[in-house]
Write a protein that binds this ligand. Sequence first.
Ligand SMILES: CC(C)(COP(=O)(O)OP(=O)(O)OC[C@H]1O[C@@H](n2cnc3c(N)ncnc32)[C@H](O)[C@@H]1OP(=O)(O)O)[C@@H](O)C(=O)NCCC(=O)NCCS
Length: 263
Amino acid sequence: MGPIGPMGPASARTGDGTESTSFGRREVQIWRVWLSTTDSALGYYRAALCLDELNRAERFRFENLKRSYIASRGGLRVLLSHYLGCNPRDIEFVCGQNGKPALRGMSPVRFNVSHSGDLALYAFTLDCELGVDVERLRELDDLESIASRFFCAAEASELLSLRPEDRRSAFFRCWTRKEAYVKAVGDGLSIPLDRFQVTLLPGVPCRFVHVAGDSQAALAWTLHDLELAPEYIGALAYQDSPRPTTIRPAVRAEQLPAIVGSV
Ligand SMILES: CC(C)(COP(=O)(O)OP(=O)(O)OC[C@H]1O[C@@H](n2cnc3c(N)ncnc32)[C@H](O)[C@@H]1OP(=O)(O)O)[C@@H](O)C(=O)NCCC(=O)NCCS
């Protein structure tokens, strides 16, 4: 029942907090958290943040975005405290050149975060950089022009081959798969999105077609669709053969600390 150590599997609590399960060395654990929350939960999360995070929270002009940021970053700290066996406030982050947060020090725990609408998505594993992306499905008038501008030619043409009513979900499928990749690499949108190709047609398995024109290099990567919630679409990418992946039940932000046993 301890935290993940640098050697071998360790235990972790399940989504309802009542059982325990092994967190295998190659496992990926996915958490989903609804961010709209109570003032008291927000106070708990705010108290877990460091000064930089509090300053960043203050810079949001809209109250709902400020609250979402506090709950999302606080939730990340609570989840990491569960895996590391420490207090959420004691976690220290470093920021990669293009903004990817990571743990300071030698921990093998790797994580990535995404949020859209009211949902935050967190992925954790050991010794393998990963990237996740979630998008709330929404109407986009100009998805064909966004695709021709940012996607590679083959993706844009596959999108246009679909009936107009099927394009929105295919667009977001493609978008989340591509964002998951750039977030795994850590370079964010400084990587041109047309340098690599993912599948997007309905019924076609989720995978990389090529990475920088190299279909062999694509085989070193794994791409998963994540079924998260109605009207949300998500993807997970990492450079390794497929890892066992567990998606935890979605929880509300005010439930999370009790579920992970941090309170
Ligand atoms: C990373 C990026 C793809 C995120 O896209 P998004 O869809 O707007 O946001 P998401 O909700 O999916 O992800 C946001 C989270 O990703 C993480 N993140 C930030 N930068 C990241 C990066 N380069 N790689 C991976 N993850 C990153 C953070 O945890 C962030 O959460 P936070 O804002 O609460 O700290 C995009 O914002 C980006 O490209 N940023 C980099 C910008 C850059 O290159 N700046 C250069 C510095 S001058």
